[in-house]
Write a protein that binds this ligand. Structure first.
Ligand SMILES: Cc1cc2nc3c(=O)[nH]c(=O)nc-3n(C[C@H](O)[C@H](O)[C@H](O)COP(=O)(O)O)c2cc1C
Ligand code: SF4
Ligand code: SF4
Length: 361
């Protein structure tokens, strides 16, 4: 059995999975169910002094493992969290509880001390406005003694500067990223926008964006990052860790597939690590970062082809937009070097690995 444990801001998590803030964390009962399902840590639905009133409807399946939502913060008040929900989570058998607070420095100042006093292990601060992030951290660090994560949005153009200001204000780590928006999908049967409006996108389709943000933060600042956004399977979690994440946040996938996703994915993660010969997930942290290239080479690709592995599926030929590739009846692979632009697409679509590139020196 591989070691899946990670250390997040001094707290030992038995596995990397953090259930991110959202409908599955709406109250104490839901959070207990998530711990029981296998989440090592859970972030509460975002607490503000007043409860939100959500539009109806406010979550839609956007297809391919993704969701759209127009959901606000918690539909319970801060008082209900402080007096009822957080105290009910004091017995949580090792599960790490993260209280999410939003969305302005004034609101954080108002509720952070009683929320922190009601028993969470960590605080996570979230705002729609980049300029509020660092002041929120400063006020939380002043009024509470728990470690603080700042949750960032990929929409913020000066994201790395915001992270820097938050770290200077005392943040202990970063959660990256929130759902992305505004976005739009349209039901073509009715011509109606899904959810009747622009909405926020989460789930599978945002994984490449969250990976980019996690890698940038890890590279620039080297702080603990809860890599969140688009994780749907064990290999995605490995990618997050290789991009520099300490722990892996997820919400849309267990919302779509049920809390059983945690156990299934942990078993698969364990098998994957063993198969690859890794004994410890945490050893893979940041593995991809030294290979992120600033300047890419311009030398033409040199290909290798293994006819024994080739299934003759023809995909490499189909995807070559320049018509450079041909597979003969004798299973001989021909490339027209005049036409080939060395884009590399054909190699990446070859599932059995029959087509490959030679490492350029
Ligand atoms: C329906 C829904 C509600 C959400 N509500 C919150 C919230 O209250 N506070 C927050 O910080 N993030 C919220 N999120 C964002 C998630 O915590 C997470 O950052 C985002 O969905 C990306 O992760 P995923 O692709 O695994 O879902 C919400 C996401 C969804 C889908
Ligand atoms: S994509 Fe790979 S398996 Fe398919 S024809 Fe090309 S080389 Fe063969
Ligand atoms: S590298 Fe690009 S251009 Fe060259 S054969 Fe492959 S798909 Fe065609």
């Amino acid at each position: 059995m591989a070691d899946l444990s990670v250390d997040l801001c001094g707290l030992e998590l038995p596995n990397p999975f953090v259930l991110a803030s959202g409908p599955l964390t709406w109250n104490a009962g839901a959070i207990q169910a998530a711990f029981a399902g296998g989440a090592a840590a859970v972030v509460t639905k975002t607490i503000r002094p007043e409860a939100t009133i959500n539009p109806v409807p406010h979550i839609a399946d956007a297809g391919r493992g993704s969701l759209l939502n127009t959901e606000g913060w918690s539909d319970l008040t801060a008082e209900e969290w402080i007096e009822r929900e957080l105290p009910a989570l004091r017995e949580r058998h090792g599960g790490v509880l993260i209280a999410s607070l939003g969305h302005t420095p004034q609101e954080v100042a108002e509720i952070v001390a009683p929320v922190a006093g009601a028993g969470p292990d960590l605080l996570e601060l979230v705002s729609y406005r980049a300029e509020d992030a660092a002041p929120m951290v400063a006020v939380a660090k002043e009024k509470a003694s728990l470690p603080v994560l700042i949750k960032v949005s990929a929409n913020w153009p000066d994201l790395l500067d915001v992270v820097k200001a938050c770290l200077q204000a005392g943040a202990d780590g970063v959660t990256a990223i929130d759902s992305i928006g505004p976005t739009l999908r349209i039901d073509v049967e009715t011509g109606q926008p899904l959810l009747g409006s622009f909405a926020w996108l989460s789930g599978r389709s945002i994984l490449p964006i969250s990976l980019r943000v996690v890698a940038q933060i890890a590279q620039e600042h080297g702080v603990p990052v809860v890599g969140t956004g688009g994780v749907a399977q064990a290999e995605d979690a490995v990618e997050m860790v290789m991009a520099g994440a300490t722990a892996v946040g997820v919400h849309s996938t267990p919302l779509l597939q049920g809390l059983g996703w945690f156990e299934k994915t942990l078993a698969r993660l364990d098998r994957w690590l063993e198969k690859q010969g890794h004994s410890r997930l945490a050893d893979l942290r940041g593995l991809a970062l030294p290979h992120l290239q600033v300047a890419m080479p311009h030398t033409p690709l040199a290909f290798t082809f293994d006819p024994d592995l080739c299934t003759r599926c023809g995909r490499c030929v189909t995807v070559c937009g320049y018509g450079a590739r041909q597979l003969t009846d004798e299973i001989e692979m021909l490339v027209d070097e005049e036409l080939c632009r060395s884009c590399g697409l054909c190699v990446t679509v070859c599932a059995p690995g029959a087509l490959d590139t030679l490492e350029t020196p």
